[in-house]
Design a protein around this ligand. Structure first.
Ligand SMILES: Cc1cc2nc3c(=O)[nH]c(=O)nc-3n(C[C@H](O)[C@H](O)[C@H](O)COP(=O)(O)OP(=O)(O)OC[C@H]3O[C@@H](n4cnc5c(N)ncnc54)[C@H](O)[C@@H]3O)c2cc1C
Length: 469
């Protein structure tokens, strides 16, 4: 029986080993796209395995001390992965959990032991994953294929260079959307069972015990997994999307999707959410377009930034005009300078900033509007822009459930260093980087209600809070 051609668009694929042709079992190295359905990488792996009538397995490499990860991130991730493993078993696809500090080495050893012919990997623009993939492809003798399952328009294909701003990438993405925003085929029960040597059963409790992750902030009550993510997306599209354009900048309105942790861990495909939003013709066009602008254009701009800029989390990653203006204002007087410990403990003179920090620590997710204010004030009240970047990135990665994401690095560098933005009126400390203040916030929403919710201390209870100056 001959199979139809791959359902995966050829431009989603990138071959790391052009001179090698694999045969035999196919392994999908799941990393960033932690879902069974709507996953182009897994669909491609299954297509290859079916074409050669070979078994298919999913392998995940758990790194107990993964950089910057906290207990809250691992708990969310392991709960979701466990569901993936259970659902995969029902489709005849074994799931293997490898644990160790050297994923390329662990995986290469596993592939040799089990005579794997091809490894299909997720696309990920961040440094650590890029290094793992290059190391693996360079040291393993089999075929290695990357599939972009995280972007609607594949990142490598959307643009071949770092884009300046949303206005430069938008037309490129919009032009290609009709070609890439296609419906997903179903993953089918895999017809060829695993016949090789015995595979290790995932031991989720042992994996959880092996984690070296610190306990930052209280445990979170988010439920995790592919089904939860899809339910949340359906609920938002049905009842939240209509008001998105009007209320998305109001952190007290509950008007945003709340999908970012699920998107970050790949528990839902951005493309699935984009298809749902595109087809929600009962919602005003302004809301649908506004949401797709964030979900597709801004998110994929962040992927582009991190993929093409090797210093996406440093001062050197800022545009030249921003480096120059921040350099010019290094010596400016700061009305106050906080230490990392003061930032982390929400002990500033500004109740609005403290409320934002507490929202992040307590709930694992700060509202998008407040993230901009939060980061800009870190610039204003830090000794240097480098220190501000380091503080914002460390806190973001430590406490946000969606942290350690291209959106996070790009969002911080946008706020503190003008990435994808333009020069504005010059002022102390910021130079020409866009400024924000609490009066602007008060024009958009009920600032006091937000403060009461996340930083409800009365004036006398706020004694630990620092006075200004
Ligand atoms: C300083 C700062 C730090 C940030 N850190 C992160 C982070 O660590 N992880 C993260 O995913 N996002 C981050 N963002 C981007 C944005 O704030 C969040 O994606 C958004 O608040 C997530 O909430 P939501 O899913 O309810 O958003 P919605 O408004 O419902 O948007 C839906 C999706 O669109 C995408 N999106 C929304 N806003 C942006 C944006 N400005 N840039 C890129 N994509 C966007 C996200 O994938 C989001 O989940 C940061 C922004 C700033 C300014």
């Amino acid at each position: 029986m001959s199979l139809p051609a791959s359902p995966v668009h050829a431009q989603r694929l990138y071959c790391h080993t052009p001179s090698v042709r694999g045969s035999g079992p196919v392994a999908y190295w799941m990393s960033r796209d932690q879902r069974l359905h709507d996953n182009w990488a897994l669909l491609q792996a299954q297509h290859m395995a079916r074409t050669r009538q070979a078994p298919l397995i999913i392998v995940f490499c758990l790194v107990p001390s993964y950089s910057g990860g906290a207990r809250r991130h691992f708990d969310f991730m392991l709960t979701g992965l466990r569901q993936v493993a259970d659902s995969a078993a029902k489709l005849g696809i074994p799931f293997v959990l490898l644990t160790g500090e050297d994923p390329p080495g662990e995986l290469a050893g596993f592939c040799r032991t089990h005579a794997i012919g091809t490894v299909v990997m997720d696309f990920d623009p961040l440094r650590t994953k890029q290094q793992w993939q290059h190391t693996f492809a360079g040291h393993w003798e089999g075929e290695c294929l990357e599939v972009d399952a995280h972007n609607v328009v594949p990142c490598r294909w959307a643009s071949e260079k770092q884009e300046y701003a949303a206005r430069t990438i938008r037309p490129k993405l919009q032009r290609q959307l009709p070609e890439f925003l296609d419906p997903f085929p179903e993953l089918v029960p895999h017809p060829v069972p695993w016949r090789g040597s015995l595979l290790p059963e995932p031991d989720w409790e042992a994996a959880s015990r092996s984690l070296a992750a610190p306990e930052y902030g209280p445990p979170l009550s988010w439920s995790s997994g592919e089904e939860t993510a899809l339910d949340l997306a359906r609920e938002f599209i049905a009842s939240g999307l209509s008001a998105y354009a009007e209320k998305r900048n109001d952190p007290t309105a509950g008007a945003v999707s709340g999908l970012s942790p699920y998107l970050h861990f790949g528990q839902i495909a951005p493309q699935r959410v984009a298809l749902m939003a595109r087809d929600a013709n009962w919602a005003p066009a302004e809301s649908r377009e506004g949401f797709l602008e964030e979900l597709v254009i801004r998110r994929e701009l962040a992927e582009n930034f991190c993929f093409y800029n090797p210093v996406y989390d440093c001062f050197g990653g800022l545009p030249a005009w921003a480096q120059q203006t921040l350099d010019d204002h290094r010596g400016d007087h700061r009305e106050v300078v906080y230490t990392f410990e003061q930032w982390e403990a929400a002990r500033t003179h500004d109740p609005l900033w403290n409320a934002a920090q507490q929202e992040m620590v307590q709930t694992g997710k700060m509202h998008g509007y407040m993230r901009m204010y939060w980061a800009k004030k870190i610039l204003e009240w830090s000794a240097s822009p480098e220190e501000a970047l380091s503080t914002a990135i460390t806190l973001n990665d430590r406490y946000e459930l969606d942290g350690r994401d291209p959106n996070g690095y790009t969002g911080v560098l946008w706020s503190i260093g003008g990435v994808h933005d333009r020069p504005w009126k010059e002022r102390p400390v910021y130079g020409k980087v866009r400024y924000m203040n609490d009066r602007g916030a008060a024009r958009k929403f009920d600032v006091q209600a937000y403060i009461r919710r996340f930083f409800p201390a009365t004036a006398s209870e706020r004694q630990g809070t620092l006075p200004l100056g």
